[in-house]
Design a binder for this molecule. Structure first.
Ligand code: ATP
Length: 238
């Protein structure tokens, strides 16, 4: 299938819940390519922004427009939650599930499942219940389950929260490989070292608004706002 360029434009996006504005107004354009890291303190609205981009939040105002049709946009995206959600089935069935939904041929599913199980170090655990895996293994499985159907755009919400260094490195390697293969990645992290290692560009959020959007080298070299500077210094900002 020929992939169409997928940029997205947010215009005057506002998200309110129980009368409180948690996002917006946000005006933002994300280009077709890149590894975007969304930064900001707790409660800044990072998860909300990811969900708005993914189209799973009801907007209170404004619009999110992809350069392809809404159906194409949805089909081309995958989302990995901060806390991996495992089907109460085997590793094999977890990996096969998204492909079964897409009605991929059984022989092709078997090939891809075995390929991805190997890539995440679970080739010998295909018949184990996914819920019995360690936290790091579950997060890798959740990522593989998203990548196995070759999404054009991948959203990740804190994929390495609470993971040890080894699992974090393994996940970063998987992300690097997908990015190099052309996957557009948009990810939140609290880990500034990780942001520096992975980002091609950065969005800095504070109180539900975009304070800075810049390519990563510029952002990390010199922040335009006092708040971003304070955040990178490890200060508490509100
Ligand atoms: N459904 C909801 N109803 C009410 N408030 C919400 C809802 N979802 C999020 N919020 C609030 O909106 C704000 C932004 O939340 P969000 O999870 O997007 O922030 P975040 O930057 O991802 O935070 P964290 O870094 O702690 O994960 C928070 O104050 C949160 O409590």
């Amino acid at each position: 299938m020929v992939k169409q360029p997928m940029s997205v434009t947010l215009q005057d996006v506002v998200l309110k819940r129980r009368g409180t504005r948690i996002l917006g107004p946000v005006n933002l354009k994300l280009e077709d390519k890149g590894f975007t890291i969304v930064l900001g303190p707790n409660g800044a609205g990072k998860t909300s922004l990811l969900k708005v981009l993914h189209g799973v939040e009801r907007l209170s105002g404004g619009s999110v427009r992809w350069s392809v049709t809404p159906v194409q946009a949805r089909e081309a995206q995958a989302y990995v939650f901060q806390k991996p959600i495992m089907l109460r089935r085997s590793v094999r069935q977890n990996l096969a599930f998204p492909l079964q939904l897409l009605k991929v041929r059984r022989s092709e599913i078997a090939l891809r499942v075995s390929d991805w199980a190997g890539r995440i170090g679970l080739a010998d655990a295909l018949d184990r219940p996914a819920t019995l895996l360690s936290g790091g293994e579950q997060q890798k499985l959740a990522l593989a389950r998203a990548l196995i159907r070759d999404p054009q755009v991948l959203f990740l919400d804190e994929p390495c929260a609470n993971l040890d260094g080894r699992s974090t490195r393994e996940i970063e390697t998987l992300l690097h490989t997908s990015f190099d293969a052309g996957t557009r990645i948009i990810m939140t992290t609290h880990d500034l070292g990780q942001a520096r290692r992975l980002a091609s560009d950065v969005i800095f959020l504070l109180n539900g608004t975009v304070r800075e959007q810049a390519d990563a080298p510029s952002f990390f070299a010199a922040q335009r706002s006092d708040e971003a500077r304070a955040f990178l210094n490890g200060d508490i900002i509100e």
